[in-house]
Design a protein around this ligand. Sequence first.
Ligand SMILES: Cc1cc2nc3c(=O)[nH]c(=O)nc-3n(C[C@H](O)[C@H](O)[C@H](O)COP(=O)(O)OP(=O)(O)OC[C@H]3O[C@@H](n4cnc5c(N)ncnc54)[C@H](O)[C@@H]3O)c2cc1C
Length: 406
Amino acid sequence: MIGVCCAYFLAKQSAEVILVERGEIGGAASFGNAGSIAPGHPPLNKPGRIRRSLLDLLNPKSPLYIPVRWDPGLFRWLWTFRTFCTDHHLAASMEALAPLGHASLDLFDGLVASENLACNYERSGYYEICRTKEGLVEVAHDASMMRQYGYHPREMSGDELREIEPAILESVVGGVFFPEAATCDPHRFVLELADRSVRRGVRIETGRGVSEVLSTRSAVKGVRLEDGKILDASAVVLATGSYSASLTKKFGLRLPVRAGKGYHRDLELEDASARLLDVACILAETSVFCTPIAGFTRLAGTLEFSGVNHEMRPRRLEQLTLAAEDYLHGVQGAVIRSEWCGLRPCTPDGIPYVGPVPGQSGLFVATGHAMLGLTLGPVTGKLIEGYVSEGRTSLPAGALGLERLE
Ligand SMILES: Cc1cc2nc3c(=O)[nH]c(=O)nc-3n(C[C@H](O)[C@H](O)[C@H](O)COP(=O)(O)OP(=O)(O)OC[C@H]3O[C@@H](n4cnc5c(N)ncnc54)[C@H](O)[C@@H]3O)c2cc1C
């Protein structure tokens, strides 16, 4: 998502762009995410998060899973994460991310319309639905923060929700509607935008990764690919998601990006013309997203810190269905169409790293979008385009800079 968005906006400014992807375009975290474009939402870091997470670890139905193993790097990361779970940092995160959410949504609208992207883009918002009073209080608090930044979330009773979506069970006591949100098929979006990028002159090289960024003492001069081939370049943008840390080490830049694994299970009904859900919902207490996408419903969520691997744990997948059964009718009768896992690139302060690498002219980083990589993809592409072509951006993105790692 992020690499393709950067390539598209750079090519639009007539830059000569080569997009190097060691796997397939749109094949990693961006392939099977929940497809929700959720501007204005706070990041994971919130006061009380660590205490709640520790309790969650004892609950097999909880969205969080950390396998028991010796991993000092993860402990260090979690410790730093904890220091950012404060009211002060939450306010700073909203200040940083909420305005960019508006900009990204405008860019989505513009891209889908002007490039005619066939990706099931729906601008119909989503509903965060709650089974408990505590859940309602937390969602209402998020909503009140978002209102300060020009979003218009609306609180709703359980009955109002059921009138709109009859699949919602009686056990749901209420929720919040987020009208600014949108949904799409994330894989289709990436493929379509990659296609339009190629039409604007981007050359895509797949199947071989970048093994090293080449540089003189203070400026980049290109990259070496895994098979030894060298590509000359005056600028290099590292949009390598959860796999970013190794490429920046030689520049003395330690990127504390951790892979937060999530899963999806796509469900369809035996009657292919029927839908489990008509509107997108987040199940508040379990953080599972339920998104209707062209003929199926995607259940997506869970957060697992088990390192960089794609091992699928059946219990984590099953947890998605169990969570959905507690909120929605018809889940039991649905058929599993596909299952998948992907790695969210998570930063300890919940804010992505987007910008030039200090002290290394021509080197840029765009990663760490965690739960918001689809949402903030277009605005990230626009930011990188500004930094690469003009050395600056007119968007308010200072908080995303890499200076904070120094
Ligand atoms: C279950 C789940 C649900 C999610 N739901 C949402 C959602 O609803 N809304 C939202 O906004 N976000 C969501 N996200 C987060 C979102 O998917 C990610 O933030 C986003 O996909 C990250 O995009 P990326 O391009 O940075 O990383 P990736 O998609 O991981 O792409 C990085 C790419 O870099 C390539 N690469 C790595 N190293 C090299 C190398 N050395 N050389 C060449 N290529 C390399 C990889 O092969 C990969 O294709 C979700 C994530 C998950 C897992």
